[in-house]
Design a protein around this ligand. Structure first.
Ligand code: NI
Length: 181
């Protein structure tokens, strides 16, 4: 099933998400559907709040970046109850977009590397260092679980300049090539 994607202005994007228990009903099916939803919208990441579910789960597919970044080749993963516990001091700029903010692309500063603990779809524990594109997409999706979107990370001046655009987006003035709600 392909879910409609929740757009900026929705409460679901602002609520912090809760941890998932191992007996969460039909979790594998939900993860599968999130991959389908992300692919249909041609995204590289999708967090559960973006389909209106405030649970700590996101999926990533950075294979489109596989040519530029070897570690992204065929990289498709689900992340459950992730916890970023260390970030690099060094930051970098990258032009980000978000399926929940259609048509908007902005340069965002973020740490270049992060360490994160998480569970995979089989509830196996992992503890990994992420760099390059994977560090970028993971931090973006992780923010969604905290009720944040990438525009929150822009300078106050830049946010001010985008204010009217974001307001009209929240009122339904946007174009997206995928199902939204
Ligand atoms: Ni996003």
């Amino acid at each position: 099933m392909i879910y409609p994607i929740v757009i900026f202005g929705s409460e679901a994007l602002r609520k912090p998400s809760v941890e998932i228990a191992q007996d969460y009903p039909e979790l594998k099916k939900l993860i599968e559907d999130m991959f389908l939803t992300m692919q249909a919208a041609e995204g590289v990441g999708l967090a559960a709040p973006q389909i209106g579910k405030n649970i700590r789960l996101f999926v990533v597919d950075c294979s489109p970046w596989g040519e530029e970044d070897e570690s992204c080749k065929d990289y498709r993963r689900a992340f459950i109850n992730p916890e970023i516990y260390e970030v690099s001091e060094e930051t970098g700029l990258f032009n980000e977009g978000c399926l929940s903010l259609p048509g908007l692309h902005e340069d965002v500063h973020r740490p270049l590397a992060v360490k994160m603990r998480y569970l995979d779809e089989n509830f196996e524990e992992h503890d990994e260092l992420f760099e390059g594109f994977r560090a970028r997409v993971i931090q973006h999706e992780y923010d969604h679980l905290e009720g944040k979107v990438f525009t929150d990370r822009l300078s106050p001046l830049r946010r001010q300049l985008l204010k009217s655009k974001l307001l009209s987006m929240a009122k339904g003035k946007y174009r997206a090539a995928y199902k939204t709600k």
